[in-house]
Ligand binder design. Structure first.
Ligand SMILES: Cc1cc2nc3c(=O)[nH]c(=O)nc-3n(C[C@H](O)[C@H](O)[C@H](O)COP(=O)(O)OP(=O)(O)OC[C@H]3O[C@@H](n4cnc5c(N)ncnc54)[C@H](O)[C@@H]3O)c2cc1C
Length: 431
């Protein structure tokens, strides 16, 4: 059954979220130094009361099933919610579903022991703890087989040595989930394990933090270049079993990618709203911009880009709810992931263009959105890799043609059609 309607009760929740995000959450980005810097007194004063309102409304951490204290709304409802939260960089935190914590919580819930869950999962879900996913290395990003950061067992402890690159939010994190080589003799995809590393473990240092291009002062970014120098963690801190890091990572990244896409719909919609507002406000050559056909084209193309993408995201979310198996929707998620940077980039660029010189300034959000689009084309795997994944999924289902020509070869199809209808043709005539 196909249905494009939101049930009225949930729509009331979404309407509440929309007003709450615009009025209460969006202003925070202009006063808080960083969404995750909970040591800041302003954060302490402003964020927990909003989180409490979300809890009371029953919308806290809705990506979680009831077994983990969430309402178990599923991915389609989460998509509709995330479309609204995507307007603000702080909103996901206020609703308890921010990256990378939501993905990290997912793998702790899936693979964690009772001890891991008590120590890390519960505080993460309650918003009392932040986490970081530490996988990429300076010498290996797209291809984790190149990773060298390694851990060796010494008695009942793992000793980790090496470097990681772009470990986002490490400076705010209490827990680092590190993907390290533990079994170098195994086949390539079974050489690594996920280790749970407390962020204050001796020997773990941030070499420096980097940010997006010109949008931040040097050293003020949130993506850490990390060094592990004889960092010791208990032998039991392996998540998901020794040599299973690839399997664990895929569980995490599948959800993470589609959640980014849901929020991207919100960001792109925000850009379109601003473009529309500008088009019906600004006059040039005696008429509104909205009267110019080339501006109308930008508006129309943006709506088409956005709605096509949104439907793909929603259908993928629906498939995840239906099959509960990320592997089965891997191609769909890769398609969404590959489409996402282009959609946001195109819509934000057009919105910038329609705003003229104002659009390029830091007084409008477009440059930040464009930087985000570029970020989305890299983080969680570059676009090229996702296109390859999708293409391989499709090609693996394709059947080779039986002979020299493709099965769609028109002369062969004509011959087959003539054979099929030979009797009718004989009765009624025809070439
Ligand atoms: C904003 C941001 C946040 C991030 N956060 C995290 C994080 O929290 N934790 C973490 O571990 N990592 C994180 N990353 C790192 C991210 O996962 C890597 O950037 C990504 O995996 C690509 O690795 P790389 O940057 O080393 O690029 P490389 O592997 O050097 O690839 C460079 C380019 O080569 C091309 N390429 C690569 N492989 C192929 C292929 N198979 N076919 C065709 N072309 C290819 C692509 O154009 C690609 O962009 C983050 C990245 C960004 C930008």
């Amino acid at each position: 059954m196909w249905d494009f309607e939101t049930d009225p009760e949930y729509q009331r929740d979404l309407d509440w979220v929309d007003a709450f995000v615009r009025e209460e959450v969006e202003p925070l980005q202009y006063v808080l130094p960083h969404a995750l810097d909970r040591t800041h007194p302003l954060w302490q004063a402003l964020v927990p009361p909003l989180q409490q309102q979300v809890r009371e409304r029953g919308l806290w951490a809705t990506h979680l099933g009831p077994e983990l204290g969430g309402p178990g709304h599923g991915q389609v409802k989460l998509a509709l919610l995330n479309e609204i939260l995507g307007r603000s960089p702080i909103a996901p935190l206020v609703f308890g579903c921010q990256a990378p914590d939501s993905g990290n919580a997912e793998i702790l819930a899936h693979y964690g022991t009772e001890e891991h869950k008590a120590r890390y999962l519960r505080p993460l879900l309650d918003g009392q703890m932040f986490s970081c996913f530490s996988m990429t290395e300076p010498q290996g990003g797209s291809d984790p087989k190149e990773f060298t950061c390694a851990a060796e067992l010494d008695g009942d402890e793992w000793v980790i040595n090496g470097e990681k690159w772009f470990s986002s939010n490490a400076k705010y994190a209490d827990l680092i989930i590190a993907m390290v080589v533990t079994d170098p003799e195994n086949p390539p995809y079974q050489r690594q394990s996920m280790l749970l590393v407390p962020a204050d473990a001796p020997g773990l240092t941030i070499i420096r933090n980097v940010g997006h291009g010109f949008t931040r002062e040097p050293g003020q970014g949130t993506h850490a270049y990390l060094r592990y120098d004889n960092v010791r963690v208990p032998a039991g801190n392996v998540l998901g079993g020794r040599g299973n890091a690839f399997v664990v990572a895929q569980t995490r990244l599948g959800g993470g990618r589609i959640h980014h896409a849901m929020r991207t719909v919100g960001m792109a919609r925000h850009a379109l709203e601003l473009m529309l507002e500008r088009a019906v406000s600004r006059r040039t050559q005696g008429e509104l911009l909205s009267r110019k056909q080339l501006v109308q084209e930008m508006v129309a193309d943006s709506w088409i880009d956005l709605e096509q993408f949104r439907l793909l995201v929603l259908r993928t979310a629906w498939k995840i709810d239906r099959y509960h198996d990320y592997k089965r929707v891997r191609g769909d998620i890769s398609a969404v992931k590959a489409a996402m940077p282009g959609v946001l980039n195109r819509i934000a660029s057009r919105a910038l263009q329609v705003h003229g010189s104002l659009g390029i300034t830091e007084e409008m959000p477009f440059m930040e959105m464009i930087a985000n689009a570029l970020h989305l084309g890299l983080a969680d795997g570059p676009t090229e890799v996702h296109k390859v994944t999708l293409a391989r999924t499709l090609l693996s289902q394709a059947k080779p043609a039986p002979g020299l020509f493709p099965t769609t070869h028109i002369p062969a199809q004509r011959e087959a059609a003539r054979a099929k209808y030979a009797e009718v043709i004989a009765r009624h005539g025809g070439e």
